[in-house]
Design a binder for this molecule. Structure first.
Ligand SMILES: Nc1nc2c(ncn2[C@@H]2O[C@H](COP(=O)(O)OP(=O)(O)OP(=O)(O)O)[C@@H](O)[C@H]2O)c(=O)[nH]1
Ligand SMILES: [Mg+2]
Length: 482
């Protein structure tokens, strides 16, 4: 079995490294350095806008804004918990560090200056006094161009919002060309919004240095618009090819008729750990950081009844990120959409587990997944080894990938869900040992049990309806005809 699975996983992975993405020189050393001079120019332009950090990283002052009251107040979590996630985002980048975290209550995020004047002054003073600080991370979804320009002007250091932070991480963690391509595509809407923001001339009205920056942005927009458009077109074409290639792979997999289980969840919940625990695939390396996995990979495993399944490890979800950033990754999540069963894994030890759960569920709903599949998602509470007490509800399976607790129960649940979803069933059949029927069943079904008694064996097997039909037409009718 591992041989077959290894081959399958390799086939899938080999396909990902198709030559059609070779020209995209997204920064890796095996990219072949392809692309035209215009592409290189476009990339340079993008890198500048994305404020890619210097080699030594940044020492960051985190400012965690929150809405103090009113309809927009987020009642599902606390600012301290959000600040924790913001710290995790920064720490995910090895050379970056956090100098301090400030919680700042606001009445809205819509002001042109983002914070009120008192807060801007206080933060600016803090940055000026603390020489360690080389950047400020305002942990909000995405700052408007005018807000961004204003804050950078006032603080005198680069300012990052959540979008920019996640892009830094994506850039760092994208290893394969496919992941790099998805990241490159995810960056473009942001670049457009920045240079359009400049073109709209908001900041010109500020009449400050920020206005000058915006003006240079306006020139860039006029000059470089075509360059970016051409680059975007190429990327989209490549993604399109990738998509059809994927469909081809998926089709191949369907032909092999192996059930597919997609493992989804919030970033760092333990998706990779779970796939590793269920398959014994030591090639999978779980990491204590956000967005460790940026590639969808497929791994073979065996369920209690000997049925072979394919587990799909996927990219994690995160809240407060513009959906357009994850849009290109939706293509990779299509694998999840075409699964027979979805496993949603959650980190029970995380203080925000409830909010994370609903965020994943909402995102899944928007992925146009077939409602039957969506209604039968297996909910898994992970990392119970970290808890003294687990409030067990009947509908979830509680596990620890570290200790192995609950994995047998989970496997059984996955198995019964697959049987339901794919119309597989267990049958017992008596055939002549070693004869054609016997060999056919051994190759085409999952063998649960074989009881051999002389010339005959009673085989207990799991079989799909279509295979059962083939079996009948090959052997049973033949017998009747004879
Ligand atoms: N204590 C404990 N730690 C766990 C458990 N499962 C996973 N972890 C740890 O949690 C961290 C994240 O695990 P991953 O498997 O990489 O999580 P992921 O969901 O694949 O994360 P991304 O790919 O970044 O979205 C790693 O440090 C794991 O060792 C568990 O059951 N108990
Ligand atoms: Mg992972």
């Amino acid at each position: 079995m591992p041989g077959l699975m290894g081959r399958l996983a390799r086939t899938v992975m080999a396909g990902r490294r198709g030559r059609f993405v070779r020209w995209y020189g997204g920064g890796g050393d095996d990219d072949g350095g392809g692309g035209s001079a215009e592409d290189a120019q476009a990339r340079e332009l993008i890198d500048r806008q994305l404020k890619l950090a210097p080699a030594g990283g940044h020492q960051v002052l985190i400012v965690q804004p929150y809405i103090k009251w009113g309809a927009n107040k987020d009642r599902s979590t606390r600012p301290e918990v959000k600040a924790d996630e913001s710290r995790s985002l920064v720490r995910t980048l090895a050379e970056w560090s956090v100098t301090d975290t400030l919680l700042v209550g606001l009445t809205s995020y819509r002001k042109h200056t983002f914070f009120g004047p008192g807060n801007v002054d206080a933060i600016a003073l803090r940055v000026a006094r603390d020489r360690r600080i080389t950047a400020v991370f305002v942990s909000v979804n995405v700052l408007k161009p005018i807000q961004h320009q204003h804050l950078e002007h006032r603080f005198g250091v680069p300012v990052y919002d959540r979008y920019l932070m996640v892009v830094q991480i994506f850039r760092r963690h994208a290893v394969t060309r496919e992941a790099k391509l998805q990241v490159a595509l995810a960056e473009l809407p942001y670049i457009w919004s920045r240079i359009r923001g400049a073109q709209d001339g908001y900041a010109e009205r500020l009449g400050t240095e920020a206005g000058q920056i915006a003006l240079s942005g306006k020139l860039m927009y006029d000059d470089k618009k075509d360059l970016l458009k051409a680059y975007e077109k190429k990327l989209k074409k490549l993604v399109e090819k990738l998509r059809s290639h994927r469909q081809h792979l998926r089709h191949n997999r369907t032909n092999k008729d192996l059930p597919v289980v997609a493992v989804v969840g919030y970033t760092n919940a333990g998706k990779t750990s779970l796939v590793r625990a269920l398959t014994g695939d030591v090639g999978l390396v779980p990491k204590d950081c956000l967005f460790a996995t940026l590639d969808v990979t497929v791994h073979g495993g065996v369920l209690p009844s000997n049925m072979t399944v394919l587990y799909v490890d996927t990219i994690g979800f995160i809240s407060d990120i513009p959906t357009r950033l994850i849009e290109p990754f939706v293509a990779t999540l299509e694998d999840a959409m075409f699964a027979d069963v979805i496993v949603h894994i959650r980190d029970m030890s995380h203080p925000n587990v409830i909010v994370q759960k609903s965020h994943v569920e909402e995102t899944l709903k928007n992925l146009s997944i077939n409602p039957e599949l969506l209604n039968s998602v297996i909910d898994v509470g992970n990392k119970v080894d970290r808890l003294d007490n687990v409030e067990r509800d009947g509908s979830s399976v509680f596990i620890s990938c570290t200790t192995g607790e609950g994995l047998d129960e989970l496997k059984k649940k996955i198995e019964s869900q697959i049987m339901k979803a794919t119309g597989r069933r267990t049958i017992k059949i008596r055939v002549r040992t070693g004869q054609d029927e016997y060999e056919w069943l051994r190759t085409h079904t999952a063998i649960v049990n074989i009881n051999t008694d002389g010339d005959y064996s009673v085989m207990e097997v799991i079989v799909t309806q279509s295979d059962l039909d083939v079996f009948k037409s090959l052997f049973i009718r033949k017998k009747i005809n004879n």
